[in-house]
Design a protein. Structure first.
Length: 267
């Protein structure tokens, strides 16, 4: 088997190998020149392709530069140029300012003259609701009454229920621990004028009781009806003739106001 392979190798392969081997140290250039395909052909024509490529690149670059530089002219010649933009026009505005005179002052209308208002008519005091008053003799008329002043009434109104502020000299304690009480209460006299007129009412009186239990003075605090003064004197007289136990504060008798309601009612 081996002998047959060797025979084939010597017959066919060795002659082909000898064609490409060096002979006496030189290439067989004549055989190489006769080859018309492959790398050898390309190497022979490479300088031609290189020269042609350089020339074509230079020509294309020149054409592109010429077209870019003359694009406006070419566009106008070929009819597809863009819209022409006019050069901006500068305008100079001259303003003529005229100084106007100041406006005239505004004349304000004179204020109207004050209208003098008529003085209010004096209030007419309503007569006391005493009913029908019969004429009596001078000696039968009740004596003139002495009432408390407005200052004394305001002081009485500021006191607590059943207690008041003193107005005489000396210390005043408001309120006190033990209020004054009646030791002997004088019954008030019903005024004849009110009895004949059939009038009833109520009077609230404050009496100032001293340290010894004696009444010092009395003041009318309230009347019911408010315009009926016919019972004032009788109520004050009754309280001034009564006797009291003094008010006590810290174990000491003190001067204090005592408020007493008195009702006048016909039997």
């Amino acid at each position: 088997m081996s002998t047959k392979l060797e025979d084939l190798h010597e017959k066919h392969a060795l002659p082909k190998v000898r064609r490409w081997t060096f002979r006496d140290g030189f290439l067989d250039t004549e055989r190489i020149r006769r080859i018309t395909y492959g790398n050898l052909v390309l190497r022979q024509q490479s300088h031609l392709y290189l020269g042609h490529g350089v020339i074509v690149a230079v020509l294309m670059l020149s054409v592109f530069w010429l077209v870019s530089a003359n694009w406006g002219s070419l566009g106008s010649l070929l009819g597809f140029a863009g819209e022409e933009v006019d050069d901006p026009t500068c305008y100079t505005v001259i303003s003529n300012v005229t100084q106007l005179p100041p406006p005239p002052p505004i004349e304000r209308p004179a204020p109207p003259k004050p209208v003098q208002k008529a003085a209010p008519a004096p209030a007419v005091e309503k007569p006391a609701n005493v009913g029908k008053v019969k004429k009596v003799k001078k000696e039968e008329a009740p004596p003139e009454q002495t009432l408390a002043t407005q200052k004394e009434i305001r002081k009485v109104n500021t006191t607590a229920a059943g207690a008041g502020a003193g107005i005489a000299n000396g210390p005043v304690f408001v309120p006190c621990e033990i209020m004054p009480t009646f030791m002997h209460q004088k019954k008030p006299r019903y005024p004849d004028i009110a009895r004949r007129a059939g009038i009833e009412g109520k009077v609230i009186v404050s009496v100032l009781v001293s340290e010894t239990g004696k009444p010092i003075k009395a003041a009318i605090v309230k009347r019911i009806p408010s315009d009926c003064t016919v019972f004032d004197q009788a109520a004050v007289e009754a309280l001034m003739k009564s006797t009291y136990s003094p008010g006590i504060q810290n174990g000491t008798p003190v001067k204090v106001w005592l408020t007493v309601p008195m009702r006048f009612k016909l039997d």
